[in-house]
Structures are given as C-alpha cells and as structure tokens.
Design a binder for this molecule. Structure first.
Ligand code: KDG
Length: 333
C-alpha cells in the first residue's frame, strides 16, 4: 500500500499558494498562441506531490477559491495523496492563475493573475488551525519557499508562524529560495530571504538566487556561494546547478558535488527545481547522506524536465530507481 494513502499524520508539511497554470500548447510568443493545457502548479505543491510519489506522507497548508480552479487543485492534490485537510476554501477571493509560454529558445514569459487571490490571503490563523489539528507536531519536516513571503504580508507572517511552530515541535526546516522577480525586486527579496535563511536548517537555491541573497557575484565558484549561504546561518547549503548538477555542504563538513543526469530532450524545464527538492528531502528522510541525497535529487530534476506541466514528470520511487540504475550520474570529486 502507498504510505501516503494511510491516515497517519504527514511527515512533511509545506505551505504556500497553489495555482492553476495554463501552459501554451504550442511554441511561440503568448500573443500568438491560441491553445493552452491546464495544469496544477505552485512550487510547494509540486514538492508535496513529489514527496508523496516518492512514498512520503505530506500535508499542505493554503487557500484556494470557491471556484472551479480551486476544485481542480483540491481534486489533483487529494488524488495524488497529499493531505489537504489544512487547505481552506476561501469564498472571498478567486484561485490564483498563471499563464506561461513554451519556448524552444530563451526564457519563457510567465503571466501571473494572483494579486488578491485566495492563496495570497494565507495568514497565521491558517497555520494555527493546522497546528491545533496536530499537523505540525506529528511531522518531521517543514518545507518553505521564497515565493510565499513574496505574495502578501499575511502570507509572509504565515511563514514566520510556521517556523515558530516547527521549531517548538522539533522539525527540520528547509527553504528553497525560489526568487520570483515578477513578485518582488531583488532589493525587496534579499533582506527577507536572508532573515528566513538564518532561521532554517537547510537552504537550497541556484547560483543566481544565492548571489542575490548573499550579495556575492553569481559567477563565483559554487563552493564559495555555498559557503556564503552557510554564513547566513543554516546547517546545510545546497546549490542547484541545473545541467551542472548540484553541490551540498554541511557546516564543518566537506562539500559533495554530483553531475546531472544527461537529458536528451527538455520538454518543459519548469518544476525541475521542485522535483530536485522533493528528491532531496525524501532521501534525507530515508536517512541518506548528502552525496546520495543530491544524486537522487538530480535524478528527480532530470525526470521532471521530460514532461509538460509543473508536476507531471515528478517520478515515483520505482521510476526514480530505474533512472538512477542507468548509472549516468558520475561523481565529480
Ligand atoms: O517552481 C515552479 C513554480 O514556479 C511554479 O509551479 C509556479 O509557484 C509557482 C510560481 O510562483 O511561479
């Protein structure tokens, strides 16, 4: 039986805004595209689904609107086995929406329709209600992203409350920096993300994101960037290097670096970073060391880019094992 289908409390709790994503069904600029495929998206929801597919129970704290897209999100997350008991259906605001291009070359345009959305109305009482129901006390891990504090002041306060509750309950806390420049400027993001980084155990990010948070150049060696991240306070820093693999370092330990799986065709890169995070958290929950965890995480990221949609390609444990058995991931020492 899938562990996620039991009624036991979640091992991992996450919170944020889950959205509906309309992805262009053909390549090209949004102004020319006429067809779209509908997906469920949101970095934290992607991680939650990724963890459940890897056999770990996961709960989500958030809000959706009392509309068809809110229903689609609830059905999708529930269907995947995510604990949705702490998702509040907020009739006072619509479910957030994002629309994105598919591009063969260059960055894809993303449009957000999420200002004032139900998800952005997430607030500390949502976390308190979840905590009262034992969602956090029974868990082992809280996962956060830098998107949630960017969507509203109340959502930022909810993140702070979740950290307080998780600390009391003794959970490991991870933060994926996930800088979203359509939501806030680097100048606004940097101090907020630095403050969060100082309060969590694990910080994950790309060189570009780490550069913004630490004030170092993004062109610096990954090890130097990871060191600068550790200096902010977490015990573990993980640098996501995309096609370059990943590097992880624990305070007082030696760095480990792994190359990425070779991917022949990238169908849709969006969600790969969340797949990486899901793979990394799952491996750590399974007691794996940093090196094995980034190897598994790299494989999850590679699996994700092979399918269209933010969470479509997240692998199951069996799929991950098959991918890892290809042995294409070589250790760089
Ligand atoms: O990491 C992928 C996310 O960017 C996507 O699923 C949507 O959370 C999202 C966002 O805010 O862009």
């Amino acid at each position: 039986m899938n562990a996620a289908s039991t009624t036991a409390p979640p091992e991992v709790v996450t919170l944020g805004e889950c959205l509906v994503s309309l992805v262009a069904s053909e390549l090209g600029p949004l102004a020319e595209v006429s067809g779209f495929h509908r997906y469920v998206a949101g970095a934290e929801a992607n991680v939650a689904v990724g963890l459940v597919r890897l056999g770990h129970r996961c709960g989500y704290i958030g809000r959706v609107g009392a509309d068809a897209f809110g229903t689609a999100i609830l059905r999708r997350l529930r269907g995947e086995g995510v604990d949705v008991s702490a998702i509040y259906v907020d009739a006072a605001a619509p479910t957030g929406l994002m629309i994105r291009e598919l591009r063969a070359v260059g960055p894809a345009e993303v449009l957000y329709y999420r200002a004032g959305s139900a998800g952005s109305r997430l607030s500390p009482p949502d976390v308190d209600r979840a905590a009262e129901r034992g969602l956090l006390a029974g868990a082992r891990w809280l996962h956060l992203t830098g998107i949630t504090p960017a969507i509203s002041a109340t959502a930022a306060a909810a993140v702070a409350r979740a950290i307080e509750c998780a600390r009391v309950a003794g959970l490991t806390i991870s933060l994926d920096l996930n800088l979203r420049r359509k939501l806030w400027s680097d100048e606004a993001a940097a101090p907020s993300l630095r403050e969060l980084a100082a309060k969590v155990d694990v910080v994950l990010g790309s060189p570009d994101e780490v550069a913004v948070v630490t004030g170092r150049p993004a062109t610096e060696e990954p090890l130097a960037l990871a060191g600068a991240l550790l200096a902010l306070g977490p015990d573990i820093a993980v640098l996501k290097l995309g096609p370059g693999g990943a590097l992880a370092i624990e305070r007082g330990g030696s760095p480990v670096r792994r190359s990425a799986l070779q991917v022949d065709r990238v169908v849709d890169p969006v969600g790969a970073g969340d797949a990486f995070v899901a793979g990394w958290i799952a491996a750590r929950l399974d007691g794996e060391d940093l090196d094995t965890a980034i190897e598994a995480a790299n494989a999850c990221g590679a699996a994700a880019v092979g399918a269209e949609g933010d969470m479509t390609g997240l692998p199951t444990s069996d799929e991950l094992n098959r991918l890892r058995a290809t042995g294409a991931d070589d250790t760089i020492r």
